[in-house]
Design a protein around this ligand. Structure first.
Ligand SMILES: Cc1cc2nc3c(=O)[nH]c(=O)nc-3n(C[C@H](O)[C@H](O)[C@H](O)COP(=O)(O)O)c2cc1C
Ligand code: SF4
Ligand code: SF4
Length: 283
């Protein structure tokens, strides 16, 4: 059974999971979602089709939502999704099911894998040590082996997420309302170019790495400085923030959300290189 694995990944966590899964399915292909976002319709060909992506602000990334909307999944017999996350409760698979309902489909299986967080805006964010990364990686590999068995046998597995891996638990109703707020905020942001809160500080060397890793092509080098173009949509992948070799990319405070990027470290993106992000864009 041919399996297609569609992935979206800002800093490599979801890419790592996608590659590990692909190794376990000899007849499979790994396809970057970003490379297909300009297509009107995406005709999938796998009998089994999987979507692998990070959790963004409690829900699925907009790029993934837009991709699923345009995917023609008529030839698929089995659908699964894997979300990688830092650790807040995630119930966004219902959003995917809503999108699939128009196509008379639904997810047969979905899974969550805890990885290291790449959002260094928050107070107390610490760049992980190699040992921290390794310990999460070992648990992730065990989960992939479990997922491999389910997908290979086309089993149903739709566990409800009740775990909160980082002690960020909120009342389920608060979580539900927050998710609704985030989703409406995201819909508005699609019309205004997404978030426009990045800038490069004085340490910027003008190397251009941020422009190259930017999955949405929002960043353009202007002489020797990066410019986040206001009207170009941002996928919020945080590749610019985490790949900058000078840790020069910063996020401004926005009402209600103070940013600590100036004092925090960065996620060292151990599973992705510049080349990987270029490949996602189809280069
Ligand atoms: C803008 C943004 C928002 C995020 N929101 C959440 C969240 O709500 N819950 C969570 O557990 N992790 C959250 N994360 C962390 C990522 O989901 C996690 O680090 C993921 O594994 C990154 O995958 P990637 O390297 O494939 O992009 C967020 C990351 C970013 C950049
Ligand atoms: S990656 Fe960092 S140092 Fe290089 S141009 Fe961008 S902001 Fe400047
Ligand atoms: S501007 Fe930064 S966060 Fe937005 S898409 Fe580009 S790299 Fe990702």
């Amino acid at each position: 059974m041919h399996t297609e694995i569609y992935y979206f990944s800002g800093t490599g966590n979801s890419l790592f999971i996608a590659k590990e899964l692909q190794k376990r399915f000899p007849d499979s292909s790994l396809i970057p979602i970003v490379s297909l976002l300009n297509e009107k319709v995406v005709q999938t060909k796998g009998k089994a089709v999987g979507f692998i992506f990070p959790v963004h602000a409690l829900t699925i990334p907009i790029a993934v939502k837009n991709f699923i909307k345009k995917a023609n999944l008529a030839s698929s017999e089995y659908l699964f999704a894997i979300a990688t996350r830092e650790g807040t409760i995630f119930r966004g698979f219902h959003k995917i099911d809503q999108l699939l309902r128009n196509k008379n489909k639904q997810l047969d299986a979905h899974f969550i894998i805890n990885m290291y967080g790449n959002d260094s805006r928050h107070k107390g964010f610490k760049a992980p040590s190699e040992a921290d990364i390794l310990s999460l990686e070992q648990a992730a590999i065990e989960k992939i082996e479990f997922i491999q068995n389910i997908v290979k046998n086309q089993m149903t597995c739709r566990e409800k997420d009740s775990s909160d891996a980082i002690g960020f638990s909120r009342h389920p109703i608060v979580n539900y309302l927050l998710e609704k707020m985030v989703l409406s905020g995201m819909t508005v942001s699609e019309y205004i170019g997404g978030v426009n809160y990045f800038y490069a500080d004085l340490n910027c060397s003008g190397c251009g790495v941020c422009e190259k890793v930017c999955l949405s092509k929002k960043i353009k080098m202007n002489d020797t400085k990066p410019l986040w173009q206001k009207k170009v949509f941002c996928y919020m992948c945080f590749a610019c923030l985490n790949f900058c070799p000078k840790q020069s990319v910063q996020i401004k405070d926005i009402p209600g959300v103070k940013s600590y990027t100036k004092v925090n470290g960065r996620y060292p993106h151990p599973y992705a290189s510049l080349k990987d992000n270029l490949e996602q864009k189809g280069f």
